[in-house]
Design a protein around this ligand. Structure first.
Ligand code: LLP
Length: 463
């Protein structure tokens, strides 16, 4: 298609440049329920509502950009995971996806456990009243101080990530006169089909102890020999945003094989295995995630089968979903600012946030959807790139999407499925003020993480 053949102005659906995007939805006003949280709908005036509150009211009260988290959806997803795995398994929410004290309380009330991976997450969990025995502590380089705090608090398990850590945790536990419950994180050699930076079970990376060359078996030998440790199981996390269950099945099979080897060598049957998190969610209409009950069935079937073949007692399974619980429950609300149509290319729509509130597009080439939410529109679809206000051309929030061609400054647009790894990876780049997280439920909205202020910035800058 020759660019000169196109009229100036926004690109419409019938004249598209090359790019990685699907055709626009037949009706841009229809919100695909796959990517929006469960209480999101449009009201009689066409404005998006969440938890019964219209976005215009939310924007007025809380400003933009802001993350709006659908609390009843979050709780429902917690229950769906807990019900799917049942009483003989444990679900640990991965706090790195998004953690706040309100979230900890919801998890506690809904019966979930919590995986933390830093002193900061541990503090948040304990401060909000999560019982320590329901906390798992992760990380490839936990500091001595962090391990001390975890042991003192009495966390339910520490996931050992290296040979050094086996010794470190054992010493600290002994010093505290306790036997710390631990798992060993193994890398099972699965190549997860996801972005390189979020794949974690191939051998050439920093996490875990490799199964392949007998390292994991050696780690087990050492852990079993140390008085300060009670080895309760083996852990494997293969990566993130994965749809294909095959990787999890290979991982489960290899972990069970290791349990059988441990039984043969040491005469002990470790009672637990943790298969990590990493289940994909729908960011766009093209994604088809699995439901928790399908995942639970696939994992328990494979573990059951492998254990039967190896004549092992079936261990208690745990999983650590982060994104799959919180990801779909929130959207980011932005106000449209500058609009720049580029003939034959696309229209750049600048919003009042950007890579400081969603780094995932720049970092992983992640795909997102976007919708005009303050009103409906019958205008034609135009191909847009939603960009932020940062001093960087890679500051892209949504790379390729369609919005109505009559989009104007002052309109509100929303990017769904931003509950996971957006606020938790937010930055102050260009001294941006990190947006608030507002929980919405049954007609009420309350701030659970407040917006940063310029005073916050100055307070850290000690002059
Ligand atoms: N368990 C362990 C040991 C993990 O390392 C992770 C994620 C999870 C569970 C939870 O994974 P999830 O179910 O949320 O996919 N920042 C990246 C994701 C990094 C995930 C790191 N570990 C992103 O924005 O996609």
């Amino acid at each position: 298609m020759s660019r000169s053949a196109h009229p100036a102005g926004p690109r419409h659906a019938d004249v598209l440049p090359e790019g990685h995007y699907s055709a626009p939805a037949a009706d841009l006003n229809v919100l695909d329920e796959k990517v929006w949280s469960r209480t999101v709908t449009r009201d009689a005036d066409g404005a998006l509502t969440v938890g019964g509150i219209a976005v215009a009211r939310l924007a007025e009260e809380f400003g933009t950009p802001a993350y709006f988290l659908d609390e009843s959806d979050f709780r429902a997803r917690c229950r769906a995971w807990a019900d799917a795995f049942g009483p003989d398994a444990d679900v640990f929410y991965a706090g790195k996806a998004f953690l706040s004290r309100a979230v900890v309380r919801w998890l506690k009330e809904e019966g979930l456990n919590l995986d933390v991976c830093s002193g900061g997450e541990l503090t948040t969990a304990l401060d909000a009243g999560m019982p320590a025995e329901r906390i798992a502590f992760h990380g490839n380089n936990k500091t001595v101080a962090e391990i001390e705090r975890a042991v003192e608090a009495g966390v339910g398990r520490i996931v050992l990530d290296s040979f050094q850590e086996i010794v470190r945790v054992a010493h600290i536990a002994q010093r505290h006169g306790v036997r710390q419950r631990v798992q060993i994180r193994v890398t099972v050699g699965v190549e997860a089909h996801t972005h390189e930076f979020i794949a974690t079970a191939h051998e050439d990376q920093k996490f875990g102890i490799a199964l392949a060359d007998g390292q994991a078996a050696e780690a087990v030998r050492r852990a079993l020999a140390l008085d300060g440790l009670e080895l309760i199981g083996v852990h494997s996390h293969i990566g993130s945003q994965i749809f294909d269950m095959a990787g999890f099945e290979v991982s489960a099979r290899r972990v069970v094989q290791l349990l059988a080897e441990i039984r043969d060598e040491h005469g002990v049957e470790l009672p637990e295995i943790d298969l990590g998190g990493g289940l994909g969610i729908a960011y766009t209409s093209d994604d088809d995630p699995r439901e928790p009950h399908e995942i639970a069935k696939a994992l328990s079937d494979i573990v059951g089968r492998e254990c039967e073949a190896a004549k092992l007692r079936t261990p208690r399974i745990s999983v650590e979903p982060g994104r799959a619980i919180v990801g779909p429950t929130a959207f980011t609300l932005y106000e449209v600012g500058t609009i720049k149509p580029l003939e034959g290319l696309r229209t750049y729509v600048s919003v009042d946030g950007g890579m400081s509130d969603n780094i995932r597009t720049a970092l992983y080439d992640a795909e997102y959807s976007v919708a005009l939410v303050s009103r409906t529109s019958d205008a034609e679809p135009m191909l847009v790139r939603v960009v932020g206000k940062h001093c960087e051309s890679g500051d892209i929030v949504v790379k390729d999407a369609f919005l109505p061609a009559d989009l104007a400054p002052g309109d509100l647009i929303a990017v769904p499925a931003t509950g996971a790894y957006c606020r938790s990876m937010a930055s102050n780049y260009n001294h941006a003020l990190r947006p608030p997280v507002v929980a919405v439920r049954d007609g009420e909205a309350r701030v659970i993480v407040r917006r940063e202020t310029e005073e916050d910035l100055l307070r850290l800058d000690v002059g």
